[in-house]
Design a protein around this ligand. Structure first.
Ligand code: PEP
Ligand code: MN
Length: 265
């Protein structure tokens, strides 16, 4: 069981430090699944910033089930994230899939994301553990809590104490009505087992934008420290994860709803 106080993960952003942790205000991370072009990423950044988000998320390198699906724009998308960061003042969170790309991703990212599919890529975990940027570790889709905490331990053991744990839904039976099963029981369980900050991602957790607001509010009620929400200016046209992406207007409403129910934004 957990020893000691809750950890604080302090992340430098252009607008100043943002703290993830049990005794700090809710931190909201929002943005598209993939960085598609300059206009959409800058527009999304400005809209989510105005609504109260502290970080912009967006994939440059995308782990897609099919090799024929959009794979992300790679390096050019990193440049667009740098631009959006500068224009908006938001911190940037983006995924590393391959250790060969880690240095150039860490140049732009304020937090480096390790995705569900790489949660047990131990050589990647050791490498993100040996660099200074904070790491967002998403739960593998069939990972036990023990698997997940041990994956986090790889990063800590390699010397990086700044790890945030993100629940993004696990595989259960249903694929028809929900993409994954969002396991909100991890919030109190992780609180008992670990000092690390907790994030909930109801977008990948449900797969459908209409279910995201309820589960975002449930995550806060359970005591989550932060949320990751996919937002796209035109979800039907998104190159990835459109069905689960909120419009900026819907995100705006959600942020107002969240402000009412606790852990003040
Ligand atoms: C993502 O955040 O867009 C993503 C691919 O998430 P996950 O690794 O949880 O599937
Ligand atoms: Mn996505």
């Amino acid at each position: 069981y957990r020893h000691g106080e809750a950890s604080e993960v302090v992340v430098g952003t252009p607008d100043g430090p943002v703290v993830f942790g049990e005794h700090h205000p809710l931190v909201v991370v929002a943005g598209p699944c993939s960085v598609e072009n300059e206009e959409m990423i800058v527009e999304t950044a400005q809209r989510v910033k105005a609504a109260g988000a502290k970080f912009l998320r967006g994939g440059a390198y995308k782990p897609r089930t099919s090799p024929y699906a959009f794979q992300g724009h790679g390096e050019s998308a990193l440049e667009l994230l740098a631009k959006a960061r500068q224009v908006s003042g938001l911190g940037i969170i983006t995924e590393v899939m391959d250790a060969a790309e880690l240095d150039k991703i860490a140049e732009v990212a304020d937090v480096v994301q390790v995705g569900a599919r790489n949660m047990q890529n131990f050589s990647l975990l050791k490498k993100v553990g040996a660099q200074p940027k904070p790491v967002l570790l998403k739960r593998g889709m069939a990972a036990t809590i023990e698997d997940w905490l041990m994956a986090a331990e790889y990063i800590l053991a390699a010397g990086n104490p700044n790890v945030i744990l993100c629940e993004r839904g696990i595989r259960t039976f249903d694929r028809q009505y929900t993409r994954n099963t969002l396991d909100l029981s991890v919030v109190p369980v992780l609180r008992k087992l670990t000092h690390l900050p907790i994030m909930i991602d109801p977008s990948h957790g449900t797969g459908w934008s209409e279910f995201v607001p309820s589960m975002a509010m449930a995550a806060i009620a359970a005591g989550s420290d932060s949320l990751m929400i996919e937002v796209h200016p035109n979800p039907p046209k998104a190159l990835s994860d459109g069905p689960q992406s909120l419009t900026p207007d819907r995100f705006d409403n959600l942020m107002q709803e969240l402000a009412v129910i606790g852990k003040a934004v």
